[in-house]
Design a protein around this ligand. Structure first.
Ligand SMILES: [Zn+2]
Ligand SMILES: [Zn+2]
Length: 259
């Protein structure tokens, strides 16, 4: 079995009536659980993510505000998110973090909001799903300062350097990989996959984005997490079954549900 550890099924890229078909196609590839991200679409995205998770046993949700949207966060929003964290299908706070590549929100605002969410995750004892892009080791510094244990931290769509990967792994964090590992240019990232232990590794699609080869350029969907897992197996020189089994078990442990 495979688990897509990070997808955006409630984004408007998918029509509601397409979802059952998309889930069927995923299940035909062995993908049986889906972590549907509430962040990335303002506050309302969280409500849509929870709604979808409530309708299907195989879907779980996360709640949070994407660093792109940090500028719109109010104290009321933070307390609403705290309430949503109590929902039984909500398995993590995220995606939260820092994105200094696009800078849709000013850096200092992103950092301030990130600290507030880390505080909240600690208070509610929830794992965190981190978006980290082009912030060097700043994201790590905030995580460390928060006191959250490494085994409660997942770095989604890891694309950083080998040395950043080692910093996260030494701290006990989990690195999650997308279809980017199948792209021709991703040689350094494949090195990172090579040394990331399977008990600190997850696979995800980040659907509708980052479609793996050979479908690159088309809209992504959770069925394609199989291609990511197959790439991990190739890079590590181990069987696909081993990657599928270990990443599924790790996802269940990390997010706290049973398989
Ligand atoms: Zn992200
Ligand atoms: Zn995402």
């Amino acid at each position: 079995m495979l688990i897509d550890a990070h997808c955006h099924l409630s984004f408007k890229d998918y029509l509601p009536e397409e979802i059952p078909v998309i889930l069927e196609r995923a299940k035909a590839q062995g993908v049986e659980r889906f972590i549907n991200i509430g962040a990335g679409d303002g506050f309302e995205g969280n409500l849509r993510a929870i709604k979808l998770a409530s309708q299907d046993a195989s879907i779980y949700a996360t709640v949070g505000i994407h660093p792109h949207d940090a500028h719109m966060v109010t104290p009321e929003m933070v307390s609403q998110i705290e309430k949503l964290l109590e929902h039984k299908k909500v398995v993590a706070l995220g995606e939260i973090g820092l994105d200094f590549h696009y800078r849709h929100s000013p850096e200092n605002v992103q950092e301030e909001i990130f600290d507030q969410f880390l505080e909240l995750a600690k208070k509610r004892n929830k794992p965190v799903m981190i978006h980290d892009r082009s912030a060097e080791d700043k994201t790590f510094q905030h995580l460390k300062k928060s006191g959250i244990q490494g085994n409660r931290i997942m770095i989604h769509c890891f694309t950083g350097s080998e040395s950043l990967a080692k910093t996260y792994l030494d701290y006990g964090c989990t690195l999650s990989f997308t279809g980017i590992i199948t792209f021709k240019k991703s040689e350094e990232l494949r090195q990172v996959v090579g040394f990331t232990p399977l008990n600190q590794l997850l696979v995800e699609t980040d659907s509708p984005y980052l479609t793996p080869e050979p479908f690159r350029g088309k809209r992504n969907e959770p069925a394609h997490v199989r291609l990511v897992a197959e790439a991990v197996a190739r890079i590590k020189g181990i069987s696909f079954e081993e990657v599928a089994n270990q990443t599924s078990r790790h996802a269940a442990d990390f997010f706290g549900f049973s398989l």
